[in-house]
Design a protein around this ligand. Sequence first.
Ligand code: AGP
Length: 608
Amino acid sequence: MCGIVGYVGEEQAAPILLDGLQKLEYRGYDSAGIAVYDGTDINVVKAKGKLSALCDLTQDGEAMKGYVGIGHTRWATHGEPSVTNAHPHYNQSKSIAVVHNGIIENYQPLRDKLIRRGYEFHSETDTEVIAHLLDYYYKGDPKEAIIKVMHRVVGSYALGIMFKDHPGKVYAVRKDSPLIVGVSEHGNYIASDVPAILKYTRDVYYIDNQELAELSMHEVHFYNADLEEIVKELVTVEWDVEAAEKGGYEHFMLKEIYEQPKAVDNTISPRIKDGKLVIDELNMTEEEIRNISRIYIIACGSSYHVGMVGKYVIEKMTRIPVEVDLASEFRYRDPVLEKNSMMIVISQSGETADTLAALRLAQKLGSKVLGIVNVVGSSIAREADNVMYTWAGPEISVATTKAYSTQLVSIYMLATLFGQVRGLIDEQEYSKILKELCALPEKIQELLGDKERIQWFASKYANAEHIFFIGRGVDYASSMEGSLKLKEISYIHSEAYAAGELKHGTISLIEDGTLTVALSTQPDLYEKMISNVVEVKSRGAYVFALVSADNQGMKENADFSVVIPKTYDCFVPSLSVIPLQLFAYYVSVARGLDVDKPRNLAKSVTVE
Ligand code: AGP
């Protein structure tokens, strides 16, 4: 999604803006621009394509003098990628400049009204409306003008704004799109995300919806929607710069795959005290847990796949019925929610528009919502009634890996706690489960050791056209994630299928040499899966099997196998996903693709 950076301080602004935008490239973009006040005018330079084009145009910022500026990387929503549509946008006299992340849903009527009042538009963007609307309302006080614009626009926005009449200031305001303020002795910053300013400061303020920030060289002030000054809590970001960089790996994705043992341990350990699971952030009494009638899990993409695993695991361990929904479906299907039900939304970024909308709808329907979120202070984290953070740390690669794994173990912890409170897990079983839970990091580490074999196998299939993933039970849910990982970074067509469903149509697609990845880790389904593998092999398929050590039959039928270490059956998805992540990664590398920034995708999908 779009990235925003702003700076006001003692240093030259342009190089800081460009550096910050570089750290936000992972959000996905197609053009970029910066505006800097040079003491007389606001100078704006924009470029289509990669950030390097903008750096070339501005000699890495050296050609733009000034101590105040805003910058933007654009992921096109309204209007094709172009210099004209790139941000910053400005009013006719170039006395106001604005950068925006989000969507102004009522931009068309506002644009029509402004045109009727003589305003000229040059771009196709919704953002340009904000620049002219600010001009329309500006009577000398920037905050007044901004508040009026806030009350007029409908939609989502994070805005960085400069006024030529107020040269030493940068203004920031947000609704539903992320924005933070960073403070340091050399100046103050705004940014869409922490990595953009981590090099300069770890002291940040998280702006809440419809709060306004006014930054000058040595001061930051915050105001509410009534322009009353408010005091905000200063947060120290624990991420280190290293964590936000590649750390010696070729791609962020590989780094994050290898960070999974640590990320999973960081998510589990703080919630185990004296041999007991303690999840205080649930804010639920045992009575409330016993009274849960149904659980709804709503998410998108890989987070949705965690929900699919969650259905099998939670129902098995707690006997609570679970419904899993794609957020983009849930929000428009006029859902019926059961009384005493529990709603869980899962989101790595905490900014996915569909998931945020689903959360709000659930709350409107009377549900309390638990958010399982990775990004601290994100919109979903703030708006959920309760938040269970996954301590995966910054996940930069568009294809999620460590965040997915930490979401899985969060679900396991919930299921274990609920199962125990509802009297379905006795003390002996409980301690065995906790032991297996705590052993997951080392078993993940063990599977990472199989990297070479998987890399070799992946290179053989770099030119495949179709790859199928099949499984039953939690293996079916895991096969969904394996298929998505492959698709999104290798661009190879792939489908995940319930193995028992193949004979109802899809098996007609299996032909000589078709690679079929079969997941078979659930003992009570071994025989069924062997039949499915025999089915596809008889039609020429080449079978890559993920098997438990005791599944000799499958090993004999498969052409290539990876053995999944034994663990509590419900926790297998945390292990089977590792070879699938490595397989997708190495296929993408073999195809010479941009693993961390795949085409058309963004790390945080903050638009519908
Ligand atoms: C997963 O690799 C993709 N990047 C994508 O499917 C992602 O899981 C989805 O957009 C949901 O994102 P979220 O977890 O941040 O809400």
